[in-house]
Ligand binder design. Structure first.
Ligand code: ZN
Length: 277
């Protein structure tokens, strides 16, 4: 079982009342610490990291209003990249929450409230919603943020990026974007790209006296970012004046599971002994 599978399993069992639901963090030493991006809502303060069942020292917590990622190189993206590169984060979870006020505030309300704190309309950009990243669906916001992060040049292909929702009443987690699937798919895509590149070059070799020796594969491993590969490929193809479009895989969004509402219990996922270094 991989880290997030174990986390979701333990969380959901704890919410359902299983007193023994828990994690063995020592089994996931290679997959921790985990990096979480959540909203600033104070109702989340007592929930984390307990609902994930990881120790506080294994939990890197980024927060912004609405757990929004506005762009692939935005400030939040830079922090996520540094959380992995500098602080050793192994997996990223973007966790939206139920009843998010950022998602419930209309443009007019936002303008009124900004004005109430002394910010006039003319001081703000034209497109307020886009500027603040205001959303109407918490789930869609998580899917969007996960998608932007997955395609960000600041994160390599070794970091799974998951999308979750947490219920602020019960602490129940719901896994809506599976970052493992996206990585597996990129790896498959990479193999296809490499294979088709090889076929293209074989065909060329037999047809022309083109100097294949000048064409070198990029020094990347299987599983590297597909877009990077495709950029490299498209450059090669352009040089050869051959049009060979390579489709970019769609972002993965798992269908939300239908789970009956649990009783209102805040799960405290148990930490097993021998888990701390
Ligand atoms: Zn919120």
């Amino acid at each position: 079982m991989r880290l997030l599978e174990a986390i979701i399993d333990a969380n959901n069992r704890a919410v359902a009342g299983d007193q023994d639901a828990g994690l063995h963090p020592s089994e996931f030493a290679e997959e921790l610490p985990i990096v979480a991006l959540t909203c600033i809502d104070p109702r989340l303060n007592p929930l984390f990291p307990q609902v994930l069942g990881v120790l506080p020292e294994q939990f890197i917590w980024l927060r912004n209003a609405g757990n929004i990622i506005t762009g692939p190189t935005s400030s939040t993206m830079r922090s996520l990249a540094l959380a992995c590169a500098v602080k050793g984060g192994k997996e990223i979870v973007i966790i939206g929450h139920t009843d998010c006020l950022v998602g419930k505030t209309t443009t007019m309300q936002l303008l009124e409230r900004l004005r109430a704190i002394g910010v006039e309309r003319h001081a703000l950009p034209d497109n307020i919603n886009e500027f603040f990243g205001i959303f109407s669906s918490e789930r869609q916001n998580v899917i969007k943020a996960t998608d932007i992060a997955r395609h960000s040049p600041l994160l390599g292909p070794k970091i799974p990026i998951h999308g979750l929702m947490v219920d602020v009443q019960t602490g129940k987690l719901e896994w809506i974007v599976n970052g493992y699937q996206a990585l597996d798919m990129m790896s498959t895509r990479w193999n296809e790209v490499v294979q088709s590149a090889g076929q293209t070059m074989d065909a060329l070799k037999s047809l022309t006296d083109f100097n294949i020796g000048e064409m070198k594969f990029p020094e990347t491993k299987i599983g590297e970012v597909v877009t990077k590969t495709e950029d490299w490929l498209s450059n090669q193809v352009k040089k050869l004046e051959i049009k060979k479009p390579v489709p970019v895989p769609e972002a993965l969004a798992a269908a939300p599971p239908k789970i009956p509402l649990p009783p209102p219990i805040r799960p405290r996922v148990i930490l097993r002994k021998g888990s701390v270094k």
